[in-house]
Design a protein around this ligand. Sequence first.
Ligand SMILES: NC(=O)c1ccc[n+]([C@@H]2O[C@H](COP(=O)([O-])OP(=O)(O)OC[C@H]3O[C@@H](n4cnc5c(N)ncnc54)[C@H](O)[C@@H]3O)[C@@H](O)[C@H]2O)c1
Length: 438
Amino acid sequence: MEQPPSITSPEGRVGVLLPGLGAVATTVVAGVEAVRQGLAEPFGSLTQMNTLRLGKRTDARTPLIRDFVGLAGLEQLVFGAWDPIPDDAYASAVNAGVLDPTRHLEPIRDFLASVVPMAAVFDTAYVKRLDGPNCKSGANKMELAEALRDDIRRFLADNACNRAVMIWCGSTEVFQRAGPAHATVESFEQAMLDNDPEIAPSMIYAYAAIMEGVPYANGAPNLSADVPALEALARERAVPIAGKDFKTGQTLMKTILAPGLKARMLGVNGWFSTNILGNRDGAVLDDPASFKTKEESKLGVLDYILQPDMYPQLYGDIYHKVRINYYPPRGDDKEGWDNLDIFGWLGYPMQIKVDFLCRDSILAAPIVLDLALFLDLAGRAGLGGIQEWLSFYFKSPQTPEGLYPEHDLFIQHWKLKNTLRWLAGEEQITHLGREYYG
Ligand SMILES: NC(=O)c1ccc[n+]([C@@H]2O[C@H](COP(=O)([O-])OP(=O)(O)OC[C@H]3O[C@@H](n4cnc5c(N)ncnc54)[C@H](O)[C@@H]3O)[C@@H](O)[C@H]2O)c1
């Protein structure tokens, strides 16, 4: 097996830079501060709560992940953001309506008010349902990237950080396929100079981050760093990247249920998923071009898990439909319904109904925290390019061209933990278990 890399010390302040200071971003910023002040617990976060087994089951070695691999502590994190809407993190969190103002926002009001978004690289052509005055201007997209790079350097200096990570928590941009402008670093840089519409704002942030040696992850389904040019740049500069689209609500359920049905060789001929959602993200996704980006991200999941080509009798004729309906009264408290038409022995039909009354940003916030700490670890370990071991956190995991993504949550979880074992020079766990039986 490939030798594990040496990893530099986790000490020092780490900037967590968030393009997009909306519901998800404010929930993670407020949540980390609430945990730091002892007001709440970081449920849902592997880096804060999960243990990891080392060696044999009889060895009783199960340290906390964060102690075992040496992650930065919450007290080391410093938050920064960009947003076209100038609201500070307090005002934005109140507007998002995710966290209880009395219990979780008022006690840390001053801290939240100190997180003020920097001027964004934003263009309504890519997010049609939003606008805001807090934007940068520049002669071309390369100039905008330079301005973001200045922001990063200034943020690090002003906050005495010795490194940073960037996680896109901005809105879902309109649907785009990778084209010639995204093919190579040269074509990408030329396209930025030419103000080519193929270069979306999220790509400019990703470019700026990689150029500054800042690991980058994309929490939305738009391409962003998932283009050959930026992947090559990330490899060249040994900067970790990961994406796309945080795996929360309905897709989380799908990637829990589908592997179970497949493991038992139960057939599926219909999976209808619908959501009602009333937050700003829901309003953005009400635009068909942004919804298309989300739909592609949500639809891919079942094909990869169920492998209809390999099991045509079980999954070859599946009707899979996903809907998101903007419904303001619910705010961030989404409701996702799934109806599964399945069949078993001799083809007898059965149905499963799931009604998940979830809180989108509550599910997404620990993902952002874990990604920040694991990307920082990957950066300190010198791992450049796509970090597929972080696909556990994504609906639409980024992989190199020609390699299909793993969507099964349990395979992803195993991969993540085995990567941590490898990084720490520990044995991989195969679950073969012959050693317990002489
Ligand atoms: N909440 C979840 O569970 C979840 C799950 C998966 C993916 N996501 C994605 O995460 C993103 C954030 O979700 P949210 O609920 O916080 O949405 P939100 O609308 O509350 O916040 C997004 C913020 O991004 C800002 N923004 C848009 N374009 C920007 C740009 N170019 N630069 C800087 N800021 C920009 C918007 O002004 C807004 O404040 C969305 O793309 C969403 O689809 C969320």
